[in-house]
Every structure is written in structure tokens, then in C-alpha cells.
Design a protein around this ligand. Structure first.
Ligand SMILES: [Mg+2]
Ligand SMILES: [Zn+2]
Length: 191
């Protein structure tokens, strides 16, 4: 098992401020996402998506709409020879008090219960917001912030409680970091 954990919105698909991707026709892949996912697939990683989708609990779209988006996204990626190993969603709001809403660790714990332990200190979590970096750091992983979504600059991270190990432009660059790291090329180059 060689997992890599990715957030969805702002990493793979577009980030929509103050809104959600509610239907497949609103879904768009970000520049560099397909290339990055291909690179990770070709390097033998098990790609795992970990995404908060509170719009379901808020009634803005249904769980069926969410599943429809997922199926079509996976089918589209398959056309590019990309295999996504597993997709985890938290559909709750913070008021629901679940244990899966990022930055809580429930989705990673679920992954471990289904797949067994993995070498956390050699595993990456890629996200576009502070909660992704917090979750990755709290679960002992290396973290990469992409500036293709919610966070627009590295300076924004200066006030965060958990700082990313790497800051890059998009998923393509994140994949470059991850693949070089797995070859032992950029160890110790973390921020
Ligand atoms: Mg995001
Ligand atoms: Zn949840």
C-alpha cells in the first residue's frame, strides 16, 4: 500500500468560494490536475480522496448528486488512465459533531481500519486549505499546500497553527514533489 491523500475541491476540481459543486455540470478539473494524477498513478501510488462536502447535510444537494459527481469524475479520469483507489467524503456540518469532518481525523482512521497501517512519515496529504494541512500534520504525514484553491499565497499560512511542509502552485507540482521524494531526491527540503 502506497497511499497519497488528496483533497478534492481546490486541488483536483475548482474551488467555488461560498458555494459547492452541486452537480456534475458545475464540476471542472483544475489546470495541472489530470497531469498530476497521471504522474501519481504512473509512479504506483494509491490515490485516496478525502473531502468535506457539508452541502449534503445543509440540503444544498443530495447524497445521490454527490455520488453522481464522483462516478462521472472517476469515469473521466479513467479515460486518462488514472485510477483513484478510494474516495471518502464527510457530508456533515460542524454542528453535526461527527468525527470525520476535516480537520478531524475520522476519514484517515477509516482508511486505516479498511487498509491497515501505512508509513505515515513518508506519506503525503495535499490540500488547498488550513484544515487539510492540520489533518495531514495531526496524522503524522508530510503536507503540501497547493495555491490553486482557497489559499492564494504562502504568506497566508504564517498565522496557521500547522504549517505546510511544501507550498506549490498546483497538483502537477505537488506530484513532482511527491514522486521525487519517493525516490529520495528532496528529503530535507521541507519548509
Ligand atoms: Mg479544498
Ligand atoms: Zn463527518
Amino acid at each position: 500500500m502506497k497511499p497519497v491523500f488528496l483533497d478534492r475541491d481546490g486541488v483536483i476540481s475548482i474551488f467555488t468560494p461560498n458555494d459547492y459543486l452541486k452537480k456534475w455540470d458545475e464540476f471542472q478539473f483544475l489546470p495541472g490536475a489530470i497531469t498530476g494524477l497521471q504522474k501519481l498513478t504512473n509512479a504506483g501510488f494509491d490515490i485516496v480522496i478525502v473531502s468535506n462536502q457539508a452541502g449534503v447535510s445543509k440540503g444544498l444537494f443530495s447524497e445521490q448528486d454527490l455520488n453522481d459527481i464522483t462516478e462521472k469524475m472517476l469515469a473521466e479520469l479513467k479515460k486518462h488512465a488514472i485510477n483513484i483507489h478510494r474516495v471518502y467524503y464527510c457530508i456533515h456540518t460542524s454542528e453535526d459533531n461527527c468525527n470525520c469532518r476535516k480537520p478531524k481525523t475520522g476519514m484517515i482512521e477509516q482508511f486505516i481500519s479498511e487498509h491497515g497501517a501505512f508509513e505515515r512519515d513518508k506519506t503525503f496529504f495535499v490540500g488547498d486549505s488550513d484544515i487539510d494541512i492540520e489533518l495531514g500534520a495531526k496524522t503524522g504525514m508530510k503536507t503540501i499546500l497547493v495555491l490553486s484553491g482557497k489559499t492564494k499565497s504562502a504568506e497566508e499560512t504564517e498565522s496557521w497553527n500547522y504549517r505546510p511542509d511544501f507550498v506549490v502552485k498546483n497538483l502537477k507540482e505537488a506530484a513532482d514533489v511527491i514522486v521525487s521524494y519517493s525516490k529520495g531526491e528532496n528529503r530535507g527540503k521541507e519548509n
